[in-house]
Design a protein around this ligand. Sequence first.
Ligand code: AMP
Length: 190
Amino acid sequence: MKNVIIFGPPGSGKGTQSQYIVAQYSFLHLSTGDLLRAEIEKKTELGLQAKKLMDQGSLVPDEVVIEMIRNKISNAKCPGVLFDGFPRTLNQAKALDEMLDKMGQKIDLMFALIVEEEELTQRLIKRGVDSGRSDDQSLDVVKKRIQEYNLKTKQVAQHYEQKKVFFEINGMGKIQEISQRIKKKLDSLT
Ligand code: AMP
């Protein structure tokens, strides 16, 4: 079983590229953002708490997302897992490593989609218009999310760089071209 992290700032195309990967490789797609939005949809207590933070562009507490992931990976039966939007802090990365270690597994690959900051903002605002996603509606919230990424999430890359499983992928250009770049890397794993 392979464990792969798709990494990058908000708007770098993680969700879009994840769809291609899970379809092609039959991986389990674990997006903490999607899991949180499902909680909001179901109007659970957790969802209501998370929504406040998400709508401000802040991260939700580590314990919340770590427990969500723990529940999902413990009984995963598939060729691989694709982590999308997780881990987003060093704490989350360490918790994930520990969970996998207990299962005799590890992160096999983390790839980061590299996109210029100006393009990120444009993509997010466009997504806000197209999809109505509440945290893509305001420029301030979009900026806050990019700031959270720079402050808390970026360092997760270094953590996996030290483990020699980190790779950068050019995230600019056509969706299909980017998918091909990712495929090349994933094919070299198996
Ligand atoms: P995403 O769909 O990955 O862009 O996530 C949307 C929002 O959900 C983020 O801006 C955070 O508020 C929250 N979120 C998603 N994943 C995490 C995570 N791993 N840690 C903390 N907050 C998260």
